[in-house]
Design a protein around this ligand. Structure first.
Ligand code: ATP
Length: 238
C-alpha cells in the first residue's frame, strides 16, 4: 500500500489564530478520498498548504515519498498536483476553448495536440457545444466543470477539488461525479475532495478524513466513519 500523499501534523496560524493545529492525512494512489468537517475546520487551509499557497508553521507534506513542504505553487503543480477552488477561477472574457488552453502556455505541447486534448475533455464534460462561448456566458456550475477540465489539461496525477458540488444543480452534480469516476477508472487519477454534500461524498469516496477545529478527528473507510460517534458529534449529527 503506497502512500501517495501524506500530510503530517501540520500547524498553521494566521496572526496568532490557529487554523490548523495538527492536521494529518494519508491518501493512497488511485483512490477518491474525501475531506469533511464543519465550517472553519481548516479544510481549505489544508489544501492551501498542500499545493503551496502557504508554508505551514510546523509539520510536513510528502508527495510520492518526496518532502514538498516548502515548495512553491508552480513547482508543486509541475510535480503533478492540480487544484480547483470553491468559487471557480475561470477567465470570463475568454472562450471555453481558450480557457482550456491556458495551462499549456508554459508547456511544450503542440497547438494541435493541445486542442485535441481540450476537445476530448470538453466532450467528457458535455461542454463541447459551448466551446466558443465566453466564460461569462455559462452558469456557475458549468464554470466549476470547466475549471475541473482545465485542471486536467496539465495532466495532474493528484487532483484537489474544493467543494466541487457547492452551488451546482443536481444534474451537473451527477455529471461531476461520473467524470470523477471516469478519470479515476480510465486514467488512474487520484482525487482528494472537500465537500459538505455528504450523499455525494458517500457515493464517490471509499475513504474519508474528518477535520474539526484544525485537527484530524477521524480517518478511514467512509462507512465506518459515518457511524463514528466523534464524527457524528462534531459534524454529521448537526
Ligand atoms: P468552510 O467549510 O467554511 O470552507 P474550512 O474548513 O475550509 O471551512 P478554512 O477556510 O480552512 O476552513 O478556515 C479555517 C480557519 O482559518 C477559519 O477560522 C478561517 O477564518 C481562518 N483562515 C483561513 N484563511 C485565513 C487567512 N488567509 N487569514 C486569516 N484567517 C484565515
Amino acid at each position: 500500500m503506497m502512500e501517495f500523499l501524506e500530510v503530517d501534523q501540520v500547524h498553521k496560524n494566521f496572526g496568532g489564530i490557529p487554523a490548523l493545529q495538527g492536521v494529518s492525512l494519508k491518501v493512497e494512489k488511485g483512490k477518491i478520498h474525501g475531506v469533511i468537517g464543519p465550517n472553519g475546520a481548516g479544510k481549505t487551509t489544508m489544501f492551501n498548504v498542500i499545493n503551496g499557497v502557504y508554508g505551514p508553521d510546523e509539520g510536513a507534506v510528502i508527495f510520492e515519498e518526496r518532502d514538498i513542504t516548502r515548495f512553491k505553487i508552480n513547482k508543486i503543480a509541475s510535480l503533478g498536483i492540480g487544484r480547483t477552488f470553491q468559487v471557480a477561477r475561470i477567465f470570463n472574457e475568454m472562450t471555453l476553448m481558450e480557457n482550456m488552453m491556458v495551462p499549456l502556455i508554459p508547456r511544450r505541447v503542440s497547438k494541435k495536440a493541445g486542442e485535441k486534448k481540450a476537445l476530448e475533455l470538453l466532450e467528457m464534460a458535455e461542454l463541447i457545444h459551448l466551446k466558443d462561448q465566453l466564460g461569462v456566458e455559462i452558469s456557475g456550475g458549468q464554470k466549476k466543470l470547466l475549471e475541473f477540465m482545465r485542471t486536467m489539461m496539465a495532466d495532474p496525477e493528484l487532483v484537489l477539488l474544493d467543494e466541487p458540488f457547492a452551488g451546482v444543480n443536481p444534474a451537473l452534480i451527477e455529471r461531476l461525479i461520473e467524470i470523477t469516476f471516469e478519470l479515476n477508472r480510465t486514467r488512474g487519477k487520484t482525487f482528494l475532495l472537500i465537500s459538505h454534500d455528504i450523499p455525494s461524498v458517500m457515493k464517490l469516496c471509499k475513504n474519508l478524513t474528518v477535520l474539526s477545529a484544525g485537527t484530524t478527528i477521524a480517518e478511514g473507510e467512509s462507512e465506518k466513519i459515518r457511524h463514528d460517534p466523534a464524527v457524528i458529534d462534531a459534524y454529521l449529527g448537526h
